[in-house]
Design a protein around this ligand. Structure first.
Ligand code: OGA
Ligand code: ZN
Ligand code: ZN
Length: 435
């Protein structure tokens, strides 16, 4: 390429002119234009130049980069996403014009590429649209460009016993690659353990601050799971806790839960963990009626009490298995001790209880359970919209004074976790490209 440019310069032509010259504009009988350009051309700035084809019939621009599938960019989308300074604030990543001023019937009349790797499009409204080629190439239009979509959920059962993905707390706090690894595992498996976090009860806040911030709830920004005199939840007793996801009484259940072991009891207090996404898949296949009941019955979850912030009375009506717009599971809401109300007529109550019974049987199926007894300094991190967790009863020695088991809890939401995953991934790619 450098040679080709040298030759051009020697005959007094700019790269820009060369690009213009290499177009071969054709107009076919039904009025669409074809712009052909040699696809091996590379701009001075290293952007690969695609072959371009303005398709007036379909009202889109077709670009094809060498060795890749061609992509179609509808005129209206291009005009709406112009990256020139007049139309777009680069730092704010926002458009500068009003939607009312967008002519959705706008046409693209002409395209050329400049040697700094910009596509310039002449529109029928008189505007000259400008687009860095890297922007057009990166836009997986019409497919979605979110890198998180490439992270598949990896369903698991008891084979994860003794093999829960583990990271060092200090590495997650200081090394971006390790943090990215932790976020990746949380997305794919929904579970991870951080080790050697010490026993200061505020360490979960440090993780929140490292990523974004913690998700506060009415139990506080962080909360101490330990036996209390006047518990507003069985959390604060020594009893066994049945399988559940935390805070089902909120429509927007906290996304990720961290439980940092400050002190472990001498006996009991083990956690049981189940990947409900796997259970849902099994139910779909083996017990479709149960799956249908659990994903359509509205359970009324409530949580009423007082904590450090104020009195509270939370309520949500939702199915045990909620699906999102794309057919993916949005969240699983299980709390047998709070499933006391269901919005169904009396004749449907028994079938709903039978469905819950089947769900419970699946949750306690040995093939599905992973057990882990936290040691001081470990932080259990789990997707609270996916994992069901339980705790066995623990024993309090009446002859010993003071707290005998303590876990420091904190939540984060998926929007923040996903956001930082994208940030770190972009940073990593930039670093790799500059090396
Ligand atoms: C809870 C809980 C776990 C534990 O209180 O919601 O899951 O091990 N506790 O105490
Ligand atoms: Zn513009
Ligand atoms: Zn819990």
């Amino acid at each position: 390429m450098a040679k080709a440019l040298q030759v051009l310069r020697s005959i007094g032509l700019q790269t820009k002119d060369f690009f213009r010259l290499s177009f071969n504009l054709q107009r076919s009988s039904y009025g669409y234009r074809k712009l052909h350009m040699s696809s091996w051309i590379q701009s001075e700035h290293g952007s690969r130049i695609p072959s371009a084809h303005i398709d007036g019939k379909n009202k889109w621009l077709n670009l094809k980069w060498d060795g890749e599938q061609s992509k179609n960019y509808p005129y209206v989308w291009l005009r709406d996403n112009c990256r020139c300074r007049e139309c777009y604030h680069e730092i704010a990543s926002q458009k500068l014009f009003q939607f009312n001023d967008l002519d959705i019937d706008v046409e693209a009349n002409d395209i050329h590429f400049t040697d700094d790797g910009t596509a310039v499009i002449h529109f029928s409204d008189g505007h000259k649209g400008k687009y860095p080629l890297s922007f057009l190439e990166g836009e997986k239009f019409p497919a979605f460009s979110d890198p998180l979509r490439q992270l598949n959920k990896e369903l698991w059962g008891s084979e994860l016993q003794g093999a829960i993905p583990t990271f060092q707390f200090s590495d997650v706090m200081t090394d971006d690659d390790v943090l990215l690894g932790w976020l990746t595992v949380l997305h794919t498996k929904g579970i991870a353990i951080l080790q050697n976090a010490g026993t200061i009860p505020t360490e979960v806040k440090k993780i929140g601050d490292r990523v974004a911030y913690l998700r506060a709830t009415y139990y506080g920004e962080t909360f101490q799971v330990m036996s209390k005199n006047d518990p507003n939840s069985i959390t604060y007793t020594d009893t066994a806790i049945d399988f559940h996801t935390d805070i089902c009484a909120m429509y927007n259940q906290p996304g990720m839960q961290m439980l940092h072991c400050i002190k472990q009891s001498t006996e009991g207090g083990e956690n049981q963990l189940v990947d409900t996404y796997k259970v849902v898949e099994d139910l779909k296949k083996e017990e479709p009626e149960v799956h249908s009941i659990l994903s359509s019955t509205l359970f009324e979850f409530t949580d009423i009490g007082t904590d450090i912030l104020n009195d509270f009375h939370f309520r949500s009506s939702k199915p045990a298995i909620s699906y999102g717009f794309e057919g993916n599971i949005n969240q699983v809401s299980i709390h047998f001790s709070r499933h006391h109300s269901m919005n169904v007529p009396p004749e449907q109550v028994y079938p709903v209880y039978s469905a819950l019974k089947v769900l419970s049987r699946y949750l306690y199926h040995e093939e599905n359970i992973v057990r882990h007894r936290l040691s001081p300094g470990e932080i259990l991190c789990m997707d609270n919209r996916r994992l069901a967790h339980a705790r066995t009863k623990y024993y309090i020695d009446p002859t010993i004074k003071g707290v005998q088991r303590q876990l420091a809890g904190g939540y984060m939401d998926w929007d923040e976790l996903s956001s930082f995953y994208r940030v770190l991934l972009e940073k990593k790619k930039k670093n790799e490209n500059s090396n």
